[in-house]
Design a protein around this ligand. Structure first.
Ligand code: NAI
Length: 353
């Protein structure tokens, strides 16, 4: 029609593993309708990948599966971009994706959310708040068995001193704890006391994991490393489940070697976390046994779940997608070669390949 202006095509996004809170934050961020977002409750897997047909991008979370097979299917369906709405990307076969499909992520949305959750778990555990809460709900005001210990003066070993690890260190210092740390790439002039991993294992009363999961550090907490830890050590994992060998952890708890475990992540979590199994029989015996322990606290990958983080996740994810399709590049792109900047082109042309 004469004088009519053609509307630009909306970018179509297939949004997997959508929860109520995801929808709310993304609909708010997309209130002007810039993107055509199709929400799917199901996770992305080999069998659900076809739902993305006709879309330009997929938006995925920590338990969606981005194997070689899924990547092939997505590409066959015309998907040009994988937009992770999380920081970690151990669920993506980035080696296979290299030079095939671009991947963007949200590197930081609220490191405070995760660091504060780690401390919440630690305090809950050492002051037995999880037990006291249930007792007083039943008008049981007995204090027997609720004796905790002071965090002040205790040594905490922090593994991974990136965004979250450093905030967690600051929180621990506020409690008057003695902080030691291990990082594969220690930060210079940070005021952090770095020690070799072995020394951290041997000296720490509490150990908190804040490093990414890689092939190299899978099961870094195992029977051998647990044997080197202090008697009664408290373990906190808000990073990725497979950093800990859960069977070895369970053995360490049964042997009374491990004093307590605070787990926001679990290596087999993708089959259970984010779903209500309260009316079902859970098949995972290791998880069931861990949960049955009085000194184990499990939260279901909720450390990130604050209003601030959800809003930052939605804003950054949509701006990543916009940036990629408008400018054919994105500062938050990641690739197999990124950690080795010499061969990743991002440093030269702001695009990984
Ligand atoms: P970051 O990238 O800022 O810091 C990671 C640190 O770990 C870096 O200093 C790095 O040098 C170090 N590192 C890498 N490989 C290591 C190894 N093998 N041993 C020791 N240190 C190593 O990441 P950020 O933002 O601090 O996040 C840390 C982890 O927290 C993420 O990788 C993710 O797995 C997890 N996370 C969990 C969430 C939750 O809801 N539970 C939410 C967000 C992140």
């Amino acid at each position: 029609m004469e004088g009519s202006v053609e509307k630009p095509m909306k970018i179509k996004v297939a949004f997997f593993d959508a929860k109520e809170y995801d929808r709310a934050s993304f609909e708010k961020s997309n209130s002007d309708g810039e993107f055509d977002i199709r929400f799917f409750e199901t996770r992305l897997t080999e069998t659900t990948a076809k739902l993305a047909e006709g879309c330009d991008a997929v938006c995925v979370f920590v338990n969606d599966i981005l194997s070689a097979e899924v990547i092939d299917q997505l590409m066959g369906n015309g998907i040009k971009l994988i937009a992770l709405r999380c920081a970690g990307y151990n669920n993506v076969d980035i080696e296979y994706a290299y030079r095939k499909i671009h991947i963007v992520r949200v590197p930081a949305y609220s490191p405070y959310a995760v660091a504060e959750h780690a401390m919440a778990l630690l305090l809950t555990s050492v002051r037995r708040i999880h037990k006291a809460f249930i007792r007083t709900k039943e008008f049981n005001f007995s204090l027997n068995g609720l004796t905790g210990f002071d965090l002040h003066g205790r040594t905490i070993g922090v593994v991974g001193t990136g965004r979250i690890g450093r905030i967690f260190i600051d929180i621990c210092r506020g409690f008057g704890m003695n902080v030691i740390a291990y990082d594969k790439f220690p930060a210079g002039e940070s005021g952090i006391t770095y020690v070799p991993l072995g020394e951290l294992l041997e000296k720490s009363d509490i150990i908190s994991l804040h490093c990414p999961l890689t092939e190299e550090n899978r099961h870094m907490v195992n029977a051998d490393t647990i044997a080197r830890m202090k008697q009664g050590v408290v373990l906190i994992n808000t990073s990725r489940g497979a950093l800990i060998d859960s069977v070895a952890l369970l053995d360490g708890i049964k042997a009374r070697k491990i004093g307590a475990a605070c787990l926001d992540v679990y290596e087999e979590e993708s089959d259970v976390f984010f779903h209500d199994f309260s009316e079902n029989i859970v098949d995972d015996d290791t998880l069931a046994r861990l949960i049955s322990m009085p000194n184990v606290i499990v939260t279901s990958h909720q450390a990130f779940l604050t209003e601030e983080a959800l809003s930052n996740i939605a804003d950054t994810t949509l701006s990543n997608i916009r940036e990629y399709f408008q400018y054919n590049r994105c500062g938050n792109e990641i690739c197999y070669k990124c950690e080795n900047s010499a061969s990743c082109l991002q440093s030269h042309v702001a695009k990984c390949f």
